[in-house]
Ligand binder design. Sequence first.
Ligand SMILES: [Zn+2]
Ligand SMILES: [Zn+2]
Length: 139
Amino acid sequence: MPSSAASTQPTTWRSDELVTAENPVGLQTYECWFCPLKCLGFSALLYHLEQGFCVKRYRIRTLAFEGPQRGLYGTKPRHTNAFFCFNCGNHFPEVSWLFQHAEKVPACSHLLNADECLGRLRAFYINYYDCPGMDFTQS
Ligand SMILES: [Zn+2]
Ligand SMILES: [Zn+2]
């Protein structure tokens, strides 16, 4: 049962207006900053960017270690499973996996709220790519 406390929380990562059969947890749609692709959920956008089509390969990964709360979700860039869930401790090889974990596992989803580590990392990426600079691979 949804608790009534939800209405008192600050900006949350998901929108209840978007809940449908195809989108059961109300993920936001994100448009790639560099191509017309629309992604359901921030993890899908990160996954797309990690493939190296629109930004330099590994840039999403290295940027994560420049984020404001990197100690709360990352170990060392060189590690194979360099990203972890602050809530449950599971480790993941790429940032997109960690975001997808938080989008899929209700117990860990609060980390996506604006004032939590993954919410802040999401804001960091969005601010960063407002000005793509050297990462833009198209010539
Ligand atoms: Zn793209
Ligand atoms: Zn977790």
